[in-house]
Design a protein around this ligand. Structure first.
Ligand code: GRF
Length: 216
């Protein structure tokens, strides 16, 4: 349910992090600039030492640490996550460097309402160290992808992508830094598109409203 303010509804979203939180910051900034009409209901981390929690607190956001060790197994952890999200009426869950696999309890409770950002042009280089994988493979172009989360690792319908050239002198760090610039542009925009609605899933494809209109 959107939270009404005086002018228009704001959709409560949650951002899940494990570390630095630069994508979280890009979402906070997009909301601040009113490029994204949403409200961050809670920032959740699986690690108490995630630097992104400081960014969240600095922005006046509620933070919550869910430590996996406090739960007997993964489904119990995921159920606790669902409870925390529902308690805050969260509409959309945004994984932003959240270094845990999402299991069935969360996937089922938030079907087609969980987004993730990945530092490659999926389906190339899923999983860990995507920038290292791209350099090792020798591709000339890589990039960033925002996709819906499904049970398939980094395999859900693609919402937005941005390409980044690999330069001859690139290191993993220099390439990651250039990809990150694009991540910070496309993640808030993908959240905006998803919240705006009107899209549908056709097989693997995330079909935007204008595309649906054309094919109708
Ligand atoms: C980003 O590269 C993102 O694509 C990947 O994890 C990293 C998180 O960075 N999933 P940050 O914590 O948002 O700075």
């Amino acid at each position: 349910m959107p939270v009404e303010n005086s002018t228009r509804p704001l959709f409560p979203i949650a951002v899940l992090i494990s570390g630095r939180g630069s994508n979280l910051q890009s979402i906070i900034d997009a909301i601040g600039r009113r490029k994204l009409e949403a409200t961050i209901a809670v920032v959740i981390s699986n690690r108490a030492d995630a630097a992104g929690l400081i960014r969240a607190r600095d922005a006046g956001l509620e933070t919550l640490v869910l430590n996996p060790r406090a739960y007997p197994d993964r489904p119990a952890y995921d159920r606790a996550m669902v409870d925390a999200l529902r308690a805050r009426s969260v509409d959309l869950v945004c994984l932003a460097g959240f270094m845990r696999l999402v299991g069935p309890p969360l996937l089922e409770a938030y079907r087609d309402r969980i987004l993730n950002i990945h530092p490659s042009l999926l389906p190339a280089f899923p999983g860990l160290n995507a920038q290292r994988q791209a350099l090792a493979h020798g591709v000339r172009i890589t990039g960033a992808t925002v996709h819906l989360v499904t049970a398939e690792l980094d395999g859900g319908p693609i919402i937005l992508q941005s390409a980044v050239p690999v330069l001859d002198g690139d290191t993993e760090e220099s390439l990651a830094a250039r990809i990150l610039v694009e991540e910070h542009k496309i993640y808030p925009e993908a959240i905006r598109m998803t919240l705006a609605g009107g899209w549908r899933i056709d097989g693997r494809r995330f079909v935007r409203p204008s595309e649906s209109d054309k094919s109708a």
